[in-house]
Design a protein around this ligand. Structure first.
Ligand code: CTP
Length: 400
């Protein structure tokens, strides 16, 4: 899958830079056209000549070619690339990427690139665990950049732990798998819901919830990047999609979301219902703004239709239905009850008791429970990384 791909490999100043020689060799062996861009610090660890010889292309370090007075065109390089891989990615370069700093050729290529960007971190344990690095990694993932996770083991400092760059063979295997993923869901229509619903009380007020829509938008982006034809039905949110090929349907209330879902459901292969749908809506919506009066105010609520349950009852052969359960207590039991009651193929459980999980933030911690009640728990991750786990599971089920 890497055959004939144009790959820019960014090499930063880490002891792991010595592994770049093998990485270039493996990429070239896989049929890719490789151009290497190094930071100045990286040249202390491995020579540009080594990487030029192996890549069969000049290795670039500086903006300018001192001898001819020409400049190395970062925009052209960024546009040439089908993939940009930063390996090793140091804490310094990750920080620059996350904040748009542009003081060397590699960071300029990064800002100019329109292709998928992968980064393989390499640093010492404590640098890796520092909140600044964690935040930079989350930020990059929120841009859609993909991390090739570091391994656990002996580090150059003598410490032991996470922070070691993935081995070149692992990086190539990761990239091969990623390239295959691009087509994993081609030809499949998938419905995703996101965000809150707003239930009108009168022309100016509503009952809503704190859902940001981040999780559903991240899922829609990942599915689209895997080739799926995605319809995203979303409640009110400021989120925007990163992928171009997503049909967005804006709705406000639970009733509108139900209608929008039903209008496409019979045609889709899978539906992932991540919206936080209101369970109750005002029984009557006042046509005029309700005026303040002495004493309290009681608003009568009636139940909304459970969209997911309705879709579960209408589920056709081979259709895959996924729901979410956000719980505060008896998490597992509640999620299993929902899974069964709503006829789901799997349910994504998150508990408000887990720090970093739930509605508002950028991270989530999930457990997937399937029909056989097999549970898979994942660590706390960015919502983009969680979306990838959920979509991998959907792709696995679709492709058997
Ligand atoms: N859901 C839905 N329609 C509703 C309410 C919920 O489709 N009217 C979906 C949500 O999108 C989610 C799943 O059902 O995928 C579970 O939602 P949740 O609010 O956790 O569960 P409820 O079934 O509403 O139960 P409760 O609020 O009592 O926990």
């Amino acid at each position: 899958m890497l055959k004939d791909k144009n790959i820019v490999l960014g090499v930063c100043g880490s002891i792991a830079a010595y592994k770049s020689a093998l990485l270039v060799r493996l990429l070239v062996k896989a049929g890719a056209n490789v151009k290497v861009v190094m930071t100045t610090d990286a040249t202390h660890f491995i020579t540009p000549l080594t990487l030029s010889t192996l890549s069969k292309n000049p290795t670039l370090v500086d903006y300018f070619k001192a001898d001819t007075g020409e400049w190395n065109n970062h925009v052209e390089l960024g546009l040439w690339a089908d993939m940009l891989i930063i390996a090793p990615a140091t804490a310094n370069t990750l920080a620059k990427m996350a904040n748009g700093l542009c003081d060397n050729l590699l960071s300029a290529v990064y800002l100019s690139a329109k292709c998928p960007v992968y980064f393989a971190p390499a640093m010492d344990l404590d640098m890796w665990l520092h909140p600044a690095t964690r935040q930079n990694v989350s930020r990059l993932q929120s841009f859609g950049n993909i991390m090739i996770p570091p391994g656990n083991g002996e580090l150059a400092s003598g410490l032991h732990g996470e922070g070691r760059m993935a081995e070149p063979e692992e990086i190539v295997a990761f990239l091969e798998a990623e390239s295959k993923k691009k087509f994993l869901l081609t030809g499949h229509k998938i419905l995703v819901t996101a965000g809150p619903t707003y239930e009108a009380i009168d022309p100016v007020r509503f009952i809503g919830n704190h859902s940001s829509g981040k999780m559903g938008f991240a899922i829609a982006d990942v599915l689209a990047s895997m080739g799926a034809d995605v319809t995203l039905v979303t409640g009110p949110t400021a989120q925007t999609s990163k992928q171009q090929n997503i049909k967005r349907v804006n709705v406000t209330s639970a009733a509108q979301m139900l209608e929008a879902c039903l209008s496409v459901y019979s045609d889709v292969k899978a539906c992932i219902m991540s919206a936080a749908v209101a369970d109750y809506t005002p029984a009557d919506v006042a046509t005029q703004k309700i005026k303040k009066q002495d004493g309290g105010l009681t608003i009568e609520l009636k139940k909304t239709t459970d969209i997911l349950k309705t879709l579960g009852e209408a589920k056709g052969a081979g259709q895959i239905l996924v729901g979410f359960a956000l719980e505060t207590n008896d998490e597992e039991m509640n999620a299993i009850t929902k899974l069964q009651k709503k006829n789901l193929d799997f349910i994504v459980l998150n508990s408000l008791n887990d720090a970093g999980a739930g509605f508002a933030g950028d991270t989530n911690k999930i457990t997937i429970i399937d029909r056989e009640l097999k549970q898979t728990s994942f660590e706390l991750k960015t919502k983009e990384a969680v979306a990838r786990d959920i979509c991998d599971k959907v792709a696995q089920m679709i492709n058997g």
